[in-house]
Design a protein around this ligand. Structure first.
Ligand code: HPA
Length: 274
């Protein structure tokens, strides 16, 4: 379990490589991998170089922190190019270490992105969904364990995880560029198996619109430390049991790649309004 001195060791190491102070932290989920090319790079640090840092084992999630400027406004940003997932065997405190590190390095805002299965029957693969709230009770809470008082309080409020201010901006961007932006609740499951049709029915009954294997824990950790949080899912497939076809990681990747243009436009547009 990562504690505060582990986090300090991580940020101290990063500070030996760059003194760059980001305003925004961004996770590059599936479909946003190409976004890193839009960043005027100042520094890049492979996760594998950072002492005690969790390193992803998933194909297509090569890991590094990218520091640089984005957009016409030259917004200082740190991007997580790859993330680790709970299903890889890491503890939840390891899983959220990258997001916490972005906050400790100076980010005041985090933009969380992911690919997710669509539960809401009005959704279609390729839709982008603004995350309005999360259901995280099916995975361990990332704040379990001794509270890190330097980050936040023991019992943090989660009634407004996602910033209204950022949601308004995101909708403005979507309108400005003619991007259809769905809205909904994101539920996190552990994976790595996709959910069963019965689980998807259950999640729908509970109010979930999309399901994935990341992000809810990151949102909680970010909010715990007082960061302003925004989240967008790319609906890469309809969740289990909705269509008469098996779910594959290839489908997730393929759809995410197809909508990467709109996804990048949306996130870039948001950055330009920050
Ligand atoms: N379930 C869980 N995680 C996912 C899915 C899904 O259907 N699609 C993309 N990530």
């Amino acid at each position: 379990m990562l504690n505060y001195s582990d986090l300090q060791r991580i940020t101290d190491y990063i500070r030996t490589k760059t003194d760059f102070t980001p305003k925004v932290g961004l996770t590059l989920g599936s479909g946003l991998g190409g976004f890193s090319k839009k960043i005027t790079k100042v520094a890049e640090i492979p996760y594998s170089e950072i002492p005690g840092f969790p390193v992803s084992t998933v194909e297509g999630h090569n890991g590094s922190f990218i520091f640089g400027y984005i957009g016409k406004n030259k917004l200082p940003i740190i991007a997580m190019n790859g993330r680790v997932h709970y299903y890889e065997g890491y503890s939840m405190s390891d899983v959220v270490a990258p997001v916490r590190s972005m906050g400790l390095l100076g980010a005041e805002i985090v933009i969380l992105t992911n690919a997710a299965g669509g539960i809401n029957l009005d959704f279609e693969p390729g839709n982008l969904m603004m995350i309005k709230d999360i259901i995280s009770v099916f995975v361990p809470n990332p704040l379990v364990g001794p509270n890190i008082d330097n980050l936040g309080t023991r019992f943090p409020d989660m009634s407004k995880i996602f910033s209204h201010r950022l949601q308004v901006k995101l909708k403005d961007v979507a309108n400005a560029y003619g991007i259809r932006l769905k809205e909904g609740v994101y539920a996190q499951c552990t994976g790595p198996s996709f959910e069963t049709p019965a689980e998807i029915k259950m999640l729908r009954a509970l109010g979930a619109d999309a399901v994935g294997m990341s992000t809810a824990c990151e949102a909680i950790a970010a909010r715990h430390m007082g960061l302003e949080v925004c989240g967008v899912s790319c609906v890469s497939n309809m969740a289990a049991g909705i269509l008469d076809q098996p779910l594959t990681h290839a489908e997730v990747q393929e759809t995410a790649d197809k909508v990467s243009g709109d996804f990048e436009t949306l996130v870039l547009g948001l950055c330009e309004r920050l």
